[in-house]
Design a binder for this molecule. Structure first.
Ligand SMILES: NC(=O)c1ccc[n+]([C@@H]2O[C@H](COP(=O)([O-])OP(=O)(O)OC[C@H]3O[C@@H](n4cnc5c(N)ncnc54)[C@H](OP(=O)(O)O)[C@@H]3O)[C@@H](O)[C@H]2O)c1
Length: 336
């Protein structure tokens, strides 16, 4: 296996001053890859030099990934303090007392005594079963509510106070939702997960977060070619086939997926690409250590933005809401 020296991987600096790798590995099997395959990839990734992992309870594989971490520490492949491990609380655990329970379960499964970052996965308690179809709806779903979100956030803050989680994060937020909740946070988030890839660059949200010291972590950085069927729609752009991406791939002699990752890191987000294939996850890490894109290539990709959201989230819609755009506050106000 090709081993990439973790010291050669550029670092990002969080608002706290803490340094973290500019790239991590995703662990969502997209309802296609089982926990065994994903955890085997994590084992390989640690050995090839990855030092950041994006986990979540809903991915259904934290127990097997925990075994991999424990083995890696026991063998001396890596030390705990060298890893940056993220997890997220799922939407069915937003009630009073639930956040502590959820975090405790994640810590037990991952066999850790602290997380480097803990995220609120979605900003509402709307729950769908893993593996559900795109037209499934939960009649209990409700629109975003500041008070409900802050009930969750206060519990997140207590986890931080207890030292169980070192950074707090939000995910799948919008500017109107951030405007409503950030002033109320006693402990501000330092990281934010959002969908980011050449065809969906979210420049306003990105800038808003950076200006407020929230480091963007980009999910679906390659355009998630194997995403669940519920997240596939007619007209979705294929990032790896975008002319600006293909042209750069040709110029650098690499797969277009690697151009998406170089672009992400040079643009200032932390991409968290997923693959169970060693060849792919090794090259994903290696590509950010060498042969950067030129300013012209960066600009060509910036101009190629198609505003094409892939994870539309329609399964979280509440009764009465029919269009997935309602989840993303496209009118500049929180949609009720
Ligand atoms: N916060 C959230 O709500 C949220 C939502 C979605 C995702 N995420 C996180 O983001 C991570 C990444 O998102 P994602 O998995 O949907 O999308 P992605 O990383 O954009 O795409 C993953 C797919 O790209 C292919 N791929 C990876 N490296 C490649 C390479 N070098 N060459 C060619 N193909 C390559 C893989 O196929 P092969 O398997 O065939 O290699 C894999 O199935 C997830 O695993 C998860 O941790 C978070």
């Amino acid at each position: 296996m090709t081993v990439i020296d973790p010291n050669s991987v550029p670092k990002m600096t969080l608002a706290t001053g803490e340094q973290i790798p500019c790239i991590g590995m995703g662990t969502f099997g997209s309802d296609r890859y089982g926990a065994e395959e994903v955890s085997a990839a994590v084992a390989g990734a640690i050995r090839c030099g990855y030092r950041m992992f994006d986990c979540a309870s809903v991915y259904g594989n934290e127990d097997l990934i925990g075994k991999v971490f424990a083995e890696a520490f026991a063998e001396g492949a890596v030390k705990r303090e060298e890893l940056f491990i993220i997890s997220k609380v799922w939407n069915d655990m937003h009630g009073k007392g639930d956040i502590l329970l959820s975090c405790a379960k994640t810590l037990k499964d991952l066999q850790l005594d602290y997380l480097d970052a803990y995220f609120v996965h979605w900003p509402f308690a709307n729950y769908h079963a893993p593996g559900c179809s795109g037209d499934s709806r939960n009649p209990d779903s409700k629109p975003f509510c500041v008070d409900d979100f802050m009930l969750v956030w206060r519990q997140m803050e207590r986890l931080h106070d207890m030292g169980l989680v070192r950074n707090l994060g939000m995910s799948n937020m919008t500017i109107p939702k951030l405007e409503a909740v950030l002033p109320l946070c006693r402990i501000k988030p330092t990281l934010i997960e959002m969908e980011l890839h050449p065809a969906f660059q979210q420049p306003e949200l990105f800038r808003y977060c950076v200006e407020r010291g929230l480091q963007p972590v980009g999910f679906c950085p390659i355009g998630s070619p194997n995403r669940p069927d519920r997240d596939k729609a007619e007209g979705d752009v294929v990032d790896t086939a975008m002319p600006a991406v293909e042209a750069a791939a040709k110029a650098h002699g690499v797969h277009p997926a690697l151009i998406c990752l170089k672009w992400a890191v040079q643009n200032g987000q932390i991409p968290i690409p997923f693959s169970v294939h060693e060849k792919n996850y090794v090259s994903n890490l290696q590509c950010v250590t060498e042969d950067p894109l030129t300013d012209e290539e960066m600009e060509a990709i910036r101009l190629a933005d198609e505003n094409c959201r892939l994870v539309k989230g329609q399964v979280f819609l509440w009764p009465g809401a029919t269009d997935w755009r309602a989840l993303w506050d496209e009118n500049g106000v929180i949609t009720q």
